[in-house]
Design a protein around this ligand. Structure first.
Ligand code: PLP
Length: 384
């Protein structure tokens, strides 16, 4: 089975600190796809977002989904393509790549399509971390990369967010001279906080020489105060940006996303992959990109509901962290897990807690109606 890994890849693996014995495990992954535990928001959400016992009328604000779903133009494009679904329709994937490249000011060879962004996130860790090449992440941060690092035997180094809730880019740059991947999520999950452009540029300029900066921009479209960093990709820096259509574009179940990066860098992600993209996701994403004003309109709807919710919580004595995304971290003054369980009894599923902030819970922003139900249930559970 080790024959699956060619001589060039072997050299790369040895450089990253893998022993020859590890090759078998990786080869098993490449063949069976078996061992790598795969995480996304739904899998990380306590009890999964598809909680089997939740009634259909439950409020689901646990997985940073978008209750608006795909925009009408995307829904129509998907509807139209279904009849042709017996074909691979590769040209639809090429059309998606072309549309995204144009919007981001990149050439097409800097865009690699995926069915969502969890896939390239896991691949990037597999490709660039290893037993001698650590994974550096903010705390609290999105945990999927850390799980992939653990699978590889790569060390995860957690660097607390700064007091202003931005990534501590100075500490992250210095965390390990042998870092393989420095993961920056902007805006951050679970805090929704933004790391300013200067700081992103700082970490790209000051990271250890052989590390890549993996910039997860899953929530970038939701943030008024954050700027997409595709210009760093256009400048051929050691950066890969992850994009998804699961958040603002409301296509979490439909699956579309991309990795942006220098061709030599993103080609390392492809070597772990095979297969065509789901055509429904591709046409839905392309159609969404072409709707003028969609990002701004949806961003405003979500921001308005977030601010109303934040104001109410604040008035009731529960401080929230500054968020520019579709989530709020709320200080509930007691173990968040207890509040989570109490709210489930009220048919409201909220997000998980993070070990470094056990008295906070993350709530995702649902519809105005869902947030009204949340407030009623939260008021009952917290006696306010
Ligand atoms: N990255 C972050 C920070 C996320 O929060 C999520 C999902 O919630 C993802 C990546 C992956 O989402 P998807 O695989 O649906 O694109």
């Amino acid at each position: 089975m080790n024959d699956l890994i060619g001589p060039k890849s072997r050299q790369d693996l040895i450089r990253r600190g893998f022993s020859r014995r590890d090759f078998g495990r990786l080869a098993a992954f490449l063949t069976a796809g078996a061992a790598l535990p795969f995480y996304n928001e739904a899998a990380l959400a306590q009890g999964l977002s598809a909680m089997p016992n939740l009634p259909p009328d439950a409020v689901r604000i646990n997985a940073n989904e978008n209750p608006m779903g795909p925009c009408p133009e995307a829904a129509e494009a998907i509807h139209q393509v279904i009849q042709q679904g017996g074909r691979y329709l590769y040209h639809e994937t090429f059309a998606f790549v072309a549309a995204l490249a144009e919007i981001e000011g990149l050439s097409k060879d800097h865009v690699m399509p995926f069915a969502g962004s969890s896939d390239p996130l896991h691949r990037a860790v597999l490709a660039f971390a290893g037993p001698n090449k650590s994974f550096v992440v903010a705390d609290p941060g999105y945990e999927a990369g850390e799980k992939a690092a653990a699978f590889l035997g790569a060390r995860t180094i957690k660097v607390p967010l700064r007091k202003d809730w931005a990534h501590d880019v100075q500490a992250m740059a210095q965390a390990d001279p042998d870092a393989g991947v420095i993961y920056v999520c902007n805006p951050n999950n679970p805090t929704g906080s933004v790391t300013p452009k200067d700081d992103i540029e700082y970490i790209v300029a000051n990271k250890p020489k052989n590390a890549i900066v993996l910039l997860d921009e899953a929530y970038i479209h939701l943030a008024k105060s954050a700027e997409p960093a595709s210009y760093l990709v256009a400048a051929d820096k050691d950066v890969s940006i992850l994009r998804t259509f699961s958040k603002l574009f409301g296509m979490a179940g439909l699956r579309a996303g991309a990795a942006l990066g220098r061709p030599d860098l993103i080609s390392k992600l492809r070597s772990y992959s095979a297969g065509a993209m789901p055509v429904t996701g591709m046409v839905g994403a392309t159609a969404s990109l072409k709707v003028k004003g969609l990002v701004e309109a949806r961003r405003k709807i979500i921001a308005d509901i977030r601010e109303e919710t934040a104001e109410w919580l604040d008035k009731k004595g529960f401080a929230v962290l500054p968020s520019d995304a579709n989530m709020l971290m709320v200080d509930v003054h007691r173990p968040g897990r207890e509040v989570f369980s109490a709210l489930i009894q009220e048919k409201v599923a909220i997000g998980r807690t993070w070990p470094s902030m056990p008295n906070h819970v993350r709530i995702s922003i649902g519809t105005r109606d869902e947030m009204a139900k949340f407030r009623t249930a939260f008021g009952r559970v917290m006696n306010v």
